[in-house]
Write a protein of this length. Sequence first.
Length: 674
Amino acid sequence: MLKTIIAYPRIGENRELKFLVEGYINGEITEGELEEKASLLRIEKLKYLKSCKLEYIPVNDFSYYDRVLDTAVLFGIIGSSMKEYFSCADKMPMKKWFNTNYHYIQPEYKKTELKLNTSKIEKEYLEAKSLGIEPKVTVIGPYTFLYCMNLDKIDGLIEKYAEMIKKLSDMGVKLVQLEEPVLTMKKFSSIQEVYNKIAEDKGSLEILVQTYYEGLGLNYHELLKTNIDAIGLDFVNTDENFFVIQKEKNIKKLFCGLVDTQTVFCDDTDLIQQKIATIRKYASDILISSSTSLIHLPYTTKNEKDDRFKNLAFAKEKIEILLNIQDKKAKEYVPKKDKAKRRITKYTEYTSKIEKDLVFSTIGSFPQTKEVRDKRREWNNGDISKREYVEFIQKCIKNCVKLQEDVGVDILVHGEFERSDMVYYFAEKLDGFLIGENSWVQSYGTRCVKPPIIYSDIKRREEILRPILDYTKSLTKKKVKAILTGPNTILAWSYVRKEDMLKALFQISRVLNYEVRNISDYVQIDEPALIEKMPIRKKKQKEYISNAIKAFRMVIRGKRKNTKVLSHLCYSDISKYIWVLNRLGVDAFLIESKKSNNIVDKKISFVLGLGVHDVHSRRIPSVEEIRDNILEAKKHFNILWINPDCGLKTRNNEEVRKALLNIRKAIDTLNKGE
């Protein structure tokens, strides 16, 4: 029985690519050095996968920053130079990759003439061939690429996909994998026409349309009518695909996603055997595969010292599970139809208690300098005492408060210098979480995170917010807001067994509620994952939303009467879910400026915190630009709060000072009526 994977992590087992790319961006290494060392990383990966004896080892799953951006380069939508590539990565919007924790860059299409540029693919293909590997070339498919571009059509794009297929066929490529997760979201009427066009000159090359995250029921029938050779289905995240292959006579090779590569828990191999037995009733030509790309997992548990990791499976361990699946007789798996929950709790809208206009605040985090990171590392390694570390953090808070007062911020924050990550920080303060030392996963570009693992009941050990909040308040006469990460985000950005998700969610809510009850004035509960983790199928969304609202409201239950509740969302398209936000009990939502344009015609029951500075870019907005953004928003919203788009953690202090000063000046000109 043949085994394969969809794609493999690229950041490096010790984050080598992260440091290489950052070194290049900062001018510490040359383009040639970057390419040479990145090639060594790719070759190391290829040698490892070859040693596993996998079929169809993937190439072109590597990226210096993001594969959607790479696809834009492939078709000439953006230039291929390193300088332009990283400039686009810095300037263009960042979006969530479906409902996962990975972010992609959304390229901007300026209606330029498309030009095929396969140099990256050719280079990686030849690297594999030099090692005696016959690889599959993986490329983001046309429907998914257009979805990521937020476009319905690009003239000539399908022809360029067809040209790419012909060129790769002429090169001798045996299999091209076109990744199309978007086909699981909605029905497309043009599939037959599009894929027959793409496949018209494929020659002996085979085309695999690979889907994941959900079932392909909406588009499977149409794909069977095309001249593609194979279809990849996810049999982990849904049982729908069992009914799909039962209904349709399968005449394509089937790549069966049976090993769960979105979770670190070991798969039930008996269950996998049962699923294979059921699949074999309807499909004879099958390969066993990962359910998704392995990019959602750290590299290996062997890099962890804690014995509890021996019972878990990261990317390399998932491949071991895959390789150990045997083709043997087993009783058949009985799939279950996805049913929407009938009883969904209904929540009434909440009306904001905020009346003051043009209040200036930040999202929460301030620059984490090398000194901050070094001190945290020293503290974690036991190289400095608790007293030394606390005194250092207090010094950082003192400087942060002074900076905010100097530039005229109205509601202050403490800067979050003690937090390496908004979920990691709370997880390490609670019982029930397991956190690795080297369990890094790529979030976007060079940004890596260590998702906590929920392995037992979640309990509170100590007060989390109060000590630092009290110290910060002692430094200023201005109001200070407490900041914590919401329950939906803590759960979404952690690994948890599917059967334990609801229990864990409400346990987190109860723990956070202890923190909120003791806070006066302002508490900000950040929930960036609230919308972004929405199930991609509409029929599953109502139950998710009901539980998400319940969890959030549990956190603020019993809060002090004078306490205003704030929240922050980023990356998500909130326009469709205003009715959800209206029911959370939030007084003000702080969002990106771009998002405000999408809700001007919506009834909102909260005050809008308008993000006027894109913190993911080094560019400092001018006073005039900020003022104009505020004036445009004021046409639609009576009361506005003003803030940067997101936390300031990745910027430097000088950039932050300049940006905040310009925001203050813009607000002052408006208050003066200028």
